[in-house]
Design a protein around this ligand. Structure first.
Ligand code: DMJ
Length: 794
């Protein structure tokens, strides 16, 4: 892309001061890490200390934030002394021979990518003859060492890598504590090629690139031939799809990104052909601007969920690289509106832009897309978007010891976590957004961003390929346009039309309702095919997931009820009520885990969330009782090793690493009669985070029949603590309202029925067909939802 920095509209001073603000923030974040956490893997910004492996819950990731720092300053700011110092510290302090199980994907993108980017920079400085004269490729040697430690993961019959590896013992070694996993995510297997190819080409050892390429070949073979879409979880041994939902966010995001970027970095057409094939499918089925949906890969006209996740926010940036600006602008604008409404992108939000999962772990994807769109359009609007990101980070996430992730955007509560991608990506994209290309110490166009925003030189494409490419395996893409084989340049995209992006954006300005003038009529129309279904209207609405709430504005209700229009077989009515729909909006019925064995005797009650699948506890009069046993492995993602202990008991399983449904299935098969999932996020609690319902995996979950409940980590800790202290802990799983020993509250029996003709007198003549819904309680006279008298408001 081309830099078209044009500060006129935005104000040069503002640009400079935002740039300085970003540097100050980076110094605060990185300085806090160095002060409170170094040499620990990660900073805990609320506790002001480091996350030390073994002492804190293991996050299965190895962090080296130092590398983020050295790259950031060296590459962007020319702070060469700092760079040299940080490289020396990395070489001196970082050891790879650790008995630690790490995620292959995360270690590759965060650590290997960081080492390689830093090596490229160190080498460049050395060659310039000013700094780093002592440097003897130490970082590259470390990268190679790390590459060899990750390689055992590829030792599967398919060539798809295991998701985890022990850095000291590999995968199959009995000491490795890993190797039992059967599945991995598409992104996990398909996001190795940039780092592994760079490692091969820089070190001359082809084995890395060969393995990463093989994994991509396997994934490509497994695409759904009809739709050309991919699933999100695959079996690493036989290549069968485990999850067939297909989107562009969690589980698959960087697979697509790396196909495109592998072409840019390595110049191999095969990757571009594959990317273009997938891209056409994505634009056909998944992209419904401004939304990006998830569909079933075999049946792509079927949406599998009505929410989007925040990881997909990278996609507009990828679309810029592809030259497809219009949908990129549309989706980015939608995301911007969501951030206006909720301050940050929640981890998941519904297609109606409500919070589905409120966490925000300081993810950089939205800043990334903003940067790419600004570079492609030159539109200062994107600088304003960038400025709003900076302000919100400072206002809502800055704490004395760094920046803290947001546990729930609705409450603003913090989490004791500052991921390395916040340093590596967020600050880099924000800083670059406000920088002039000519002020950077090197030509940014000579580099490609990895998915973790480490920079690798595109000159690698002209260095000797470390392994034979298979250019013969070209798959001919149907769709070809101006940008099928090129990247866009802002100079050619919008000659003399700086308002191009604005005209596209304007249609999405009030998407979420934020900023729009209040709507005068909240009444919405809906057609009810009453005769055809023979269903009662309220039942019919309910079957569509719509519930009725009486309007307080009876005048509006009254006039709304006089719709004249009626058609054969269809009553056209105005719903004199607010409409709430989508399954996500359903009330979550609070459940509990009640500890009933001595010494608890029912006095310890933990609030739990239900699941949308498995046994419906609301239909079990006495709940489900059993003693608890921890699953081994605790995440229940691999082969269950303690079926004998689990038989007839309620299993405890840690959230994360695989789907709730997959865990439930395994534990049910192992003989468990129920499962209590425990949140792996530290310090979460039902007091601070709203309960949610666990959902299935997009496939049928009818086979899962045991009851399933979810505990946040603080409640979970009480349960595991009890288990540690007492040999046997019996619990009861049931809906909260049936809690043992609690007095029952009187229930109101509220019903709706259709009003009989003439039952409700109405002085004004009805000229059209009207449906009257009568609310009945045991204690009240019937009253109509569309009656005018304010006293009759039910
Ligand atoms: C980053 O670690 C990478 O960009 C990854 O591909 C997905 N997203 C995270 C940060 O959100």
């Amino acid at each position: 892309t081309n830099s078209m920095f044009s500060p006129e509209d935005f104000g040069l001073c503002t640009v400079i001061s935002v740039g300085e603000q970003i540097l100050e923030m980076f110094d605060h974040a990185y300085g806090s890490y160095m002060k409170y956490a170094y040499p620990a893997d990660e900073l805990m910004p609320l506790s002001c200390r480091g996350r030390v492996r073994g002492l804190e819950p293991n996050r299965v990731i190895l962090f080296f934030p130092l590398l983020c720092f050295i790259l950031f300053f060296a590459q962007l700011l020319n702070r060469l002394e700092d760079f040299e110092e940080a490289v020396k510290k990395t070489v001196k302090d970082v050891r790879l021979d650790n008995d630690v199980v790490v995620s292959v994907f995360e270690t590759n993108i965060r650590v290997l990518g960081g080492l390689l980017g830093a090596h490229v920079m160190a080498d460049l400085l050395k060659q310039r003859g000013e700094k780093m004269q002592w440097y003897g490729d130490e970082l590259l040697h470390m990268a190679k060492d790390l590459g060899y430690r990750l390689l055992p993961a590829f030792n599967t019959t398919s060539g798809l890598p295991y998701p985890r590896v022990n850095l000291r013992y590999g995968v199959v070694n009995p000491l490795s504590r890993t190797g039992t996993e059967t599945d991995t995510c598409t992104a996990c297997a398909g996001t190795m090629i940039l780092e592994f190819a760079a490692l091969s080409r820089l070190s001359g050892e082809s084995v890395f690139e060969e393995h990463a390429r093989k994994a991509l070949d396997v994934l490509w073979e497994k695409r759904q031939r009809g739709s050309n879409l991919m699933g999100t979880v695959i079996n690493i041994h036989n290549g069968d799809w485990v999850r067939r939902d297909s989107g562009v966010g969690a589980g698959i995001d960087s697979y697509y990104e790396y196909l495109m970027k592998a072409y840019i970095l390595l110049g191999d057409n095969v990757y571009l052909e594959r990317f273009n094939t997938h891209y056409s499918a994505i634009m056909k089925y998944i992209s419904q601007p401004p939304l990006l949906l998830s569909v079933h890969m075999h049946n792509p006209t079927v949406n599998v969920r009505s929410w989007m996740d925040s990881l997909l926010a990278f996609f507009p940036g990828l679309q810029v690289l592809r030259g497809d600006l219009k949908p990129a602008i549309e989706t980015h604008e939608m995301l911007y509106q969501v951030t206006k409404q909720h301050k940050f992108l929640p981890e998941a939000f519904t297609t109606e832009f409500r919070v589905h999962w409120g966490q925000h772990p300081l993810r950089p994807e939205f800043a990334e897309s903003t940067y790419f769109l600004y570079k492609a359009t030159g539109d200062p609007y994107y600088l304003k978007v960038g400025q709003s990101i900076v302000e919100k980070l400072n206002t809502h996430t800055r704490v004395p010891c760094g920046f803290a992730a947001v546990q729930d955007v609705r409450t603003g509560a913090h989490e004791d976590r500052m991921d390395s991608f916040f340093l590596a990506e967020m600050f880099k994209y924000l800083y670059l957004l406000f920088s002039e290309k000519s002020h950077l110490p090197f030509d940014i166009d000579d580099y490609i961003f990895t998915t973790e925003a480490h920079l690798l030189p595109v000159s690698l494409s002209t260095s000797q390929p470390a392994c034979e490419g298979n250019n013969t395996d070209l798959y001919t893409t149907q769709v070809e346009d101006l940008f099928t084989y090129s990247c866009p340049s802002a100079q050619t995209l919008f000659p003399n039309n700086p308002s191009f992006a604005k005209t596209i954006r304007d249609s999405y300005k009030y998407l979420t309702g934020v900023g729009r003038a209040p709507h005068t009529s909240p009444v919405r129309g809906i057609e009810l095919p009453l005769h055809d279904t023979g269903m009662e209207p309220v039942e019919f609405l309910k079957s569509m997931g719509i519930s009725l709430t009486p309007l307080t504005d009876m005048a509006a209700a009254s006039s709304a009820s006089r719709t004249k229009d009626s058609q054969k077989g269809v009553y056209r009515v105005k719903l004199v009520a607010e409409v709430r729909h989508t399954p996500e909006e359903e009330e979550v019925v609070p459940h509990i885990v009640q500890l009933i064995s001595p010494p608890f005797l029912g006095r310890t009650v933990l609030t739990a969330g239900p699941a949308k699948f498995g046994m419906d506890l609301t239909k079990q009069e006495h709940g489900v009782k059993g003693s608890i046993v921890k699953s081994v492995p605790y995440t229940a993602c691999g082969h269950i090793e303690n079926p004998i202990e689990l038989q007839g008991h309620i299993a405890l399983a840690l959230r994360g690493d695989c789907m709730f449904a997959a865990k439930a299935r395994r534990l049910q098969e192992a003989g468990a009669i129920g499962v209590i999932f425990i949140d792996q996020r530290e310090d979460s609690s039902s007091a601070e985070t709203p309960l949610f319902q666990m959902v299935g995996d997009g496939e049928s979950t009818d086979d899962i029949t045991v009851p399933l409940v979810f505990l946040f980590s603080r409640e979970g800790a009480i349960l595991t603590g009890a288990l540690q202290e007492h040999q046997n802990v019996d619990v009861l799983l049931l809906p909260k309202e049936r809690q043992l020993g609690k007095e029952k509250t009187e229930k109101l029996n509220i019903k709706f029925r259709l009003a009989k003709e003439g039952e409700l007198e109405d002085n004004e003549a009805d000229t059209g067909t009207t449906i009257r819904l009568v609310l009945e309680t045991d204690h009240q006279e019937p009253c109509s939802l569309d009656r005018k008298s304010p006293q009759s408001t039910p």
